[in-house]
Design a protein around this ligand. Structure first.
Ligand code: UD1
Length: 419
């Protein structure tokens, strides 16, 4: 049981490079199951979630070989069409193999993901879409099985613009017969990135990044060479690290348009942000001002930045901030941990009222999920004294070399091994 030990109060300065996006690379890795010829992903972040998804596709028949900072993935045959509970339990995104498996082999049997720390997270929208593409869905013994001799293009309206459902359905529809239209699709940059990868493999996906995505099914897809987009959530996390520590940090390898709402809210909080083409420089104000946020599907404020922004608001001065979570029903697990560090936060339903305090104080806290963990690291940077964070497996899932990167900016942070 490793812990992170942070002694707060250091002003961060310098520059830091953002890694390729976790949420882009995971669906792209599952999409390699669609091609019989090898794919090369030129740069892949070293993350626990990437290892998990690679074990899943290896189990299904993929050969995954490290090639420099990237991965070569070759799936000449699908050997297995079943993803067992052990994988799906470790990471919900494993469910993204359903679309590719169904499209390539006509069968997929995946363990039901079940609940997770931030809500029940159903998969009904994925299944509704597969049904409309002509699949028969059978559920039992904790598994969902989908079968179709050949998927047939269809018109699919998503009741909510789910990122995962949009991705799963684009992948399935790419090898379906005829045309599919997904309405009320997720517009996230990671969806666009997946569509670009599929198009590089020979698919015909149009309109990704808008609410209506049109896919013309093709009979075969081929291996492609690809580089995924930078991680907008990691970028936003470093920006808040600069702001909360009173520092000045240049974040490199960032597509500012992808985090426009985060930049806007940082500016509203008094943080100075200078945007470059592939970088952004963040200069903290003397005092951070309160700002309200409401999480929304893209291009709204990302739910994956809500905990980190809450950490920043917990040290704002001159009033209260209202934080409303509309994407997940239970994404305030970090509140109690932040309160242990002296934050003043009241939660009522999906809204949290954060009354900024002059100073957080270091404490022993634990990560409850990935972004909650990031929020605690940020709070630790600002707190007086020592913060000790446990349950680091959550942070390891999605932040590449977090300790080294933050340390290189001047933070006093170390990973302590063992109990
Ligand atoms: C992805 C991201 C995650 C991010 C989330 C929202 C990956 C690997 N993960 O997760 O980091 O927080 O988008 O931006 O990319 N829903 C249903 N039925 C469904 C599917 C989803 O009701 O069939 C609901 C969920 O319970 C949730 C909301 O839709 O309340 C958003 O979920 P979704 O967009 O699907 O998130 P994920 O793809 O799981």
């Amino acid at each position: 049981m490793d812990r992170l030990v942070i002694t707060g109060g250091k002003r961060l300065s310098g520059s830091v490079k953002v890694s390729p996006a976790k949420n882009a690379v995971l669906p792209v890795i599952t999409a390699t199951l669609l091609a019989k010829t090898p794919c090369l992903l030129e740069e892949v972040p070293a993350l626990a979630d990437v290892e998990t998804i690679c074990s899943v596709i290896e189990y299904l028949g993929a050969e995954v070989v490290k090639e420099g900072p990237g991965l070569k993935i070759y799936v000449p045959d699908i050997r297995q069409t079943e993803a067992p509970y052990d994988f799906v339990r470790r990471m919900r995104a494993s469910f993204l193999v359903m679309g590719p498996l169904l499209a390539r082999t006509g069968r997929a049997r995946i363990a039901l993901p079940g609940g997770c720390a931030i809500g029940s997270r159903p998969i009904d929208l994925h299944l509704k879409g597969f049904c409309l593409l002509g699949a028969e869905i059978i559920q039992g013994h904790g598994y969902i099985e989908a079968r179709a001799r050949k998927l047939i293009g269809s018109r699919i309206y998503l009741d909510f613009p789910s990122v995962g459902a949009t991705e799963n359905l684009i992948m399935a529809a790419s090898l379906a017969r005829g045309k599919t239209v997904i309405e009320n699709a997720a517009e996230e940059p990671e969806v666009v990135d997946l569509a670009n990868f599929l198009n590089a493999m020979g698919a015909s996906v149009k309109g990704a990044g808008t609410k209506v995505i049109r896919i013309e099914g093709v009979s075969e897809l081929y291996g492609a060479i690809y580089n995924v987009i930078p991680d907008r959530i990691e970028a936003g996390t470093f920006m808040i690290a600069a702001a909360i520590s009173g520092g000045e940090v240049t974040v490199e390898n960032v597509i500012c348009d992808h985090i426009a709402p985060v930049l806007a809210k940082l500016q509203e909080a008094g943080v100075n942000v200078v945007r470059g083409d592939t970088w952004a420089k963040v200069v903290a104000p003397e005092k951070v001002k309160p700002a309200d946020i409401k999480t929304m599907p893209y291009p709204g404020f990302p739910t994956d930045m809500q905990p980190q922004f809450m950490a920043l608001m917990s040290v704002s001065r001159g009033g209260a901030s209202v934080i409303t979570e509309t994407v997940f029903e239970n994404r305030f697990m970090h509140v109690n941990e932040l309160k242990r560090m002296g934050a003043k936060i009241k939660v009522s339903g999906r809204t949290a009222i954060v009354q900024g305090v002059k100073q957080l104080t270091g404490a022993r806290v634990k990560c409850t999920d990935l972004r909650a963990g990031a929020a605690l690291v940020l709070a630790g940077l600002a707190a007086r004294g020592e913060t000790e964070i446990s349950n680091l497996q959550h942070i390891d899932r999605g932040y590449e070399s977090l300790v080294d990167k933050i340390k290189s900016l001047g933070a006093d942070i170390k990973r302590a091994r063992g109990a």
